[in-house]
Ligand binder design. Structure first.
Ligand SMILES: C[S@@+](CC[C@H](N)C(=O)[O-])C[C@H]1O[C@@H](n2cnc3c(N)ncnc32)[C@H](O)[C@@H]1O
Length: 223
């Protein structure tokens, strides 16, 4: 039974489903752990590269899982799964995979962008998915893990409540739960980033946007 690192353990704790698809399964460890723990009844691993496809096939052999060679959600049919995960990719890749087959995106999602998490949060905001949980996991760097549910009436008539009364732009960049109840370590990380960005000689629209958002968030902070 493969042991999950803290990042994938955090992902696994947010999944409970009948049939779950893991897009970009690579080693296949997440689905193997979910099946072993009884958190999912059946798994579908999807890979678009040969060696990761073979790795997933080996890990999931003999389990209630199928491994498919294909590109993102194109390898799924509509309504086939109740939930999916996409982990360990950049936010832009995650959003591209979701946008390429919008009719196959299930109602429950766990997304773990390695960077550009704001793109995933903006996609969810625009697509009617409400944040169910936001966790941070230690590892190579601080990973964010985002769990979403598709909002249904009457919730879908209002914007995601996770963002109510927050600076929307800052919440997209740094996470609505992190900025609503900022921990000391979160504020220290913001302060570190602020110092780093302030010293940069060349700024881009992205670094400017982050610096402005940090300044707004730190106005009342004593860190
Ligand atoms: C960095 S690995 C992450 C593996 C695993 N999800 C994890 O978090 O540990 C990304 C994996 O996604 C696969 N991948 C990237 N784009 C994909 C796509 N459009 N469809 C299926 N697999 C994809 C890659 O081949 C690679 O194995």
């Amino acid at each position: 039974m493969p042991k999950l690192d803290k990042r994938l353990k955090t992902v696994a704790r947010l999944i409970r489903s009948q049939t779950h698809a893991d897009i970009g399964s690579d080693h296949g460890h997440l689905l193997a752990a979910l099946l072993a723990a009884g958190r999912v009844e059946r798994g579908i691993a999807i890979e678009n590269k040969r060696q990761p496809f073979l790795n997933s096939t080996a890990t999931l052999a003999g389990k209630n899982a199928e491994v498919r060679f294909g590109d993102g959600l194109a390898a799924l049919s509509k309504g086939e799964v109740q939930s999916l995960s996409i982990c360990g990719m950049g936010g832009e890749s995650i959003v591209r995979i979701l946008n390429e087959n919008p009719d196959r995106v299930p109602s429950s999602l766990v997304l773990q962008p390695n960077h550009k998490a704001d793109q995933v949060r903006r996609w969810a905001w625009q697509s009617g998915y409400h944040l169910r949980d936001e966790q941070f996991a230690p590892g190579h760097w601080q990973y964010v893990v985002l769990a979403y549910s598709k909002a249904t009436p009457p919730e879908s008539e209002a914007p995601d409540p996770a963002y109510v009364n927050l600076d929307l732009e800052a919440a997209f960049l740094f996470g609505p739960t992190a900025i609503r109840n900022p921990s000391k370590s979160f504020l220290e990380r913001l302060q570190e980033e602020r110092e780093y960005l302030t010293q940069m000689k060349c700024h881009t629209p992205v670094t400017d946007q982050r610096l402005r958002a940090i300044d707004r968030l730190m106005v009342h902070s004593t860190v």
